[in-house]
Design a protein around this ligand. Sequence first.
Ligand code: FAD
Length: 438
Amino acid sequence: MRTDVFIAGGGVGGLTLAAKLASRGVHVTIAEQLTKESPVYKGELLQPKTIAILERLGVIDEIEGCGHVIDQLRFQEIHRREGKSPEEINLTELNYSRVASKYDHALMVPHERTKSIIRDKGQTFEEHFHYLGGARFLGFEKGMAKVKQKKETFHIEAKVYIGAEGRSSPTRKAMNADVKRKDYNHHFLTVTMPRPASYTKGKIITTADRFLGLFPLPDNEVRTVYLIKAGEYKTIKEKGLEYLYQAYSELEPELSEGVRTIDDWKKVQLMIPYTYHVDKYYSGNLAIIGDAAHTVHPMAGEGMNLAVQDADVLGELLAWCKENNKNYHEHLHYYEDVRKPRVSSLLHLSHLSALVYSFRFEWWRKIRMRAVQRIYDDDQLHVKQMLNISGLGSWNFNLLDRAIQGSVLPARSKKIKDKTQWKYLFSESEDYPWEKEN
Ligand SMILES: Cc1cc2nc3c(=O)[nH]c(=O)nc-3n(C[C@H](O)[C@H](O)[C@H](O)COP(=O)(O)OP(=O)(O)OC[C@H]3O[C@@H](n4cnc5c(N)ncnc54)[C@H](O)[C@@H]3O)c2cc1C
């Protein structure tokens, strides 16, 4: 079998790449080992840049039709009171609207829904989109991809091979890419449950030693993420579901009914955060995208977004190569040049966000509370934080910013003008720099 581009892995990254390529007349073959929806929870928060990419792919109406808008993230610090409603000691909010762009919100969309919308889009370009379900990529043999589907094993010859297999990637292995994994002192329990219709804002509720993240989904559901100590899962499970009911109700009484609909630990997923970033994104005519190349701490809700954003840049590059009769592998460096520094900076940002919630001391909570409040009080910090997580641009924090955030210096009263911000938004020539070669 022959194709222009072979993609191993039909997750959100592989599918976005495949749909984009097929829409531009590049013949693509994608091998996905699963035959049906994955039961494993994966990210649901689509950041503004991802929404822009999905709009360009022509699927924004479908995505918005099954998404819940998140325009604001609330950070609530409370004192827990057994058997009583918690006492609020601080409430801060961060607003996507501080980003000077029409993409001024995020969307919560069930992961498998996002995938099926993108896959359906790809399938509309049937001449160029070749999807192999239940097909496992085994590695390379004689310079070709070796794939097993049902009992049959066959080879696929392509001009370029893309690894989008997620955390365990045979393509990354074939590239000899270096992976150094970093672990954390905490894990998460995650489960979706019903929410009251009026409960619409993203919210992180914390005490000195507890953390509950709440992200509303459509259909009056809410994705919940509860932080536990690394290794504590078994002990918590032994305590029974009543432990979970009580823990959630004490932190967010509005969910005390919803949490009681969880009647089996099988519905609760353990999430073990860790990070890595490979030393190279391509080698010869092989390249990797998404979790095959980097895994990010889930705190900033970026993993899925990085995969889609990798796919966008690589897809535009490969389509341009095809349209301009350029050799694919001679131009793959552009993909790494654009994506690697952006991913590094988001990995760092997510790591810092994780540290903020990693220590269970009252004094640490006081520092955190002030630091988060400062982001809201100082407009430049607010704009930088939201711009960076949105993926639409990059404006680095400097020493002065950190001194203000750490309350060493007072917050600035100056509002950041949209015009000031525009120069930090990524332009088309920064996203797709090879186009100047023409
Ligand atoms: C528990 C958990 C929670 C997360 N929470 C968030 C979050 O809140 N926000 C966020 O943005 N991100 C989150 N992420 C991260 C996000 O899910 C990933 O970053 C994103 O799915 C990466 O997309 P991908 O396409 O690179 O890989 P994946 O989504 O992992 O897709 C890889 C695909 O390749 C297939 N595959 C693997 N090996 C082979 C093979 N040999 N042959 C053929 N097919 C193969 C797999 O079946 C899978 O379909 C979370 C991840 C996990 C595991």
